[in-house]
Design a protein around this ligand. Structure first.
Ligand SMILES: [Zn+2]
Length: 115
């Protein structure tokens, strides 16, 4: 399961941070999961629940996930427009039909609360 290794990466990152700040427990974690990442949010949450309890540091951590909306970016003028249910036919600004999906394809650690 792809999500599980991503959770492991996140937990390692948290352990690093806690080490640097001398924290003993993580109370809240906020991550952004890009709409193009292909990550299944439910699986990620589940993986976090399973793995976080194994470590004293993250045992009581509350996971908060933000998924920003998918956007399309124009290859010609660079303007971006929010995606509706389907990909727009053309750029609203210049009319070019070369649009590429944009909006993030990875996990970003936004906020961590430690004690
Ligand atoms: Zn354009």
């Amino acid at each position: 399961m792809h999500e599980l290794s991503l959770v492991q990466g996140l937990l390692r990152q948290l352990a690093d941070l806690a080490g640097k700040h001398g924290a003993t427990s993580v109370s809240r974690v906020k991550v952004e999961i890009g709409p193009l990442s292909g990550i299944v949010v439910d699986s990620f949450c589940f993986g976090f629940e399973v793995l976080a309890v194994e470590d004293e540091l993250t045992q009581r951590a509350i996971l908060e996930i933000v998924v920003p909306p998918l956007q399309y970016q124009c290859c010609h003028c660079g303007s971006s427009c929010p995606a509706t249910t389907t990909m727009p036919d053309s750029c609203p600004r210049c009319g070019t039909t070369l649009l590429v999906p944009a909006g993030g394809d990875g996990i970003v650690l936004l906020q961590v609360e430690m004690e």
